[in-house]
Design a protein around this ligand. Sequence first.
Ligand SMILES: *[C@@H]1O[C@H](CO)[C@@H](O)[C@H](O)[C@H]1NC(C)=O
Length: 129
Amino acid sequence: MTTKFFVMFLLFIWLCSTMNVAVADIGTAATYQPPYAPTKCGGNRRDQFPPGNMFIAVGEGLWDNGAACGRKYRLKCLSGSNKPCKGGTIDVKVIDFCPKCSSTIVMSNDAFSSVSNASDRIIVEYIQL
Ligand SMILES: *[C@@H]1O[C@H](CO)[C@@H](O)[C@H](O)[C@H]1NC(C)=O
C-alpha cells in the first residue's frame, strides 16, 4: 500500500519534471527601428528575413555566443502600460544581437505591432520552438 503510493508519487514527480522542459520564460520586449541589415547573423542577406518580418534581435541573455542565430521562439504579449496586448502568439526568428538592449529582446516593427499597440516596453512570455 505505502509502496504503491510511493511509486505513484515518484511517477508524479517525474512527470512534472519532464513537463517543466516546456515551460515558458518571461522577459521584456521593445521594438527597434530599421535599417535591420546588416545583422550579426546574416549580414546583408535578404533571405534571412522571415515572411512577414517576424524577427527579433536578442540581448546578451539569449544570444548564446551567436548560437541563437536562426532560433525560433513562440511569444505572447503578457502585459504593459495601457493594456497593450492584442492576444495570440507569434513565431519569430532570431536574426541579430542587441548588445546594449535593456530588454530581453527587441522585435521588428511588424512583429511588435502584431502583438501589442505599446510604444514602450512590454512583458512577454516566450518559448523556444
Ligand atoms: C491600445 O491602446 C489603447 C490606449 O492607447 C487602449 O485603450 C487599448 O486597450 C489598447 N489595446 C489594444 C489591444 O488595442
